[in-house]
Ligand binder design. Sequence first.
Ligand code: PLP
Length: 410
Amino acid sequence: MALLNENYLKLPGSYLFAEIAKRVTNFKAEFPEANIIRLGIGDVTKPLTPAVIDGLHKAVDEMANPETFRGYGPEQGYNFLIEKIIATDYTPRGVKLEVDEVFVSDGSKSDVGNIQEIFGVNNRVAITDPVYPVYLDTNVMAGRTGDFINGMFENVTYLPCNAENKFIPALPTEKVDLIYLCVPNNPTGTTLSRTELKKWVDYAKANGSIILFDAAYEAYIQDPELPHSIYEIEGANEVAIEFRSFSKTAGFTGTRCAFTVVPKTVMALTAAGESHPLNKLWNRRQTTKFNGTPYIIQKGAEAIYTPEGQAEIKTVVSYYMDNARIIKEGLESIGLETFGGENAPYIWLKTPNGMDSWEFFDKLLNEAHIVGTPGTGFGPSGQGYFRLTAFGNKENTLEAVERIKTRLSL
Ligand SMILES: *Cc1c(COP(=O)(O)O)cnc(C)c1O
């Protein structure tokens, strides 16, 4: 008799998006004429830019020709892409990386989900709360947590981020081994300064912990003082693994390309106290379980690093950040308290009058015909908050803000 992985049974059903869909369907059934605007999705809407399309087209033609056809590529990614990543995203920021420290993949969701495999099951995990649910769920699946009780998993260190602490997580009081940081943050849209990140790097060094740094939104950082990479912090190359994606940076959510940086200086111990580089383990994991990102896709990603490509993606990011500004200013003009939206495409708002996240969801849907995301979907500290995204088109964003201003009874 085959036995299942019982850790999967600890996970509550993916209640959030199913519940949103159900409430929207019910609303539509009752009000078929209502024009619903979705400011809930964490997906981009702008198409791939001309430079990327050109790169993809050329690569498709190469695949049609016996002289230039490619089969399996290196599991770690092609050097043509890795060298451009290092030269454009890291070297100008004073970060030195070697080609075998960058692993190209088909997405950050898989990388941040898979990374926990190279760590022992007895590590204690810390996550900021609220946050992207993948970090926690994959550790639950691996058996690194206890049961889900009163909205929280046992044996996990939750680091609350809320208006009271300005969304700056405090260092844990107990010793933790794996620390997930998402900066700029999904869902709160807030960031951490160089000084704050330094505290985490120092903590990791002092406690032998590893920081798993998800920088999926680094391209949205506007403030020139803010670091884009954890490796801009001294000592981070000994304690941090960084994840980046072309999804939100360059519209690759459906195209699929990302990369993970594992410096060879990041070490972890065996139970017997022997130190090993994590780079070797991740390389082993990837070469065993992953057969590389398609050549065509990597050529599309390479095109982002041409001068035209860089200019085009900047324009797209500005477009979304303009939406973020419109949403934030609109909400604030009617007295709602907002966070984020300045260095990330997410606006996190405090629900008014002590309403819970779902009550506000219903209110926004019923009064303004707008769909957003209840904060509770991202962790217990999301209660009383609500996420709106800047990934829609400008017309809808303007219309949504106008409706919020004129129709929402506060
Ligand atoms: C969108 C997102 C990613 C990127 O995922 P991909 O699999 O590369 O599309 C990673 N982390 C966070 C926090 C995200 O919101």
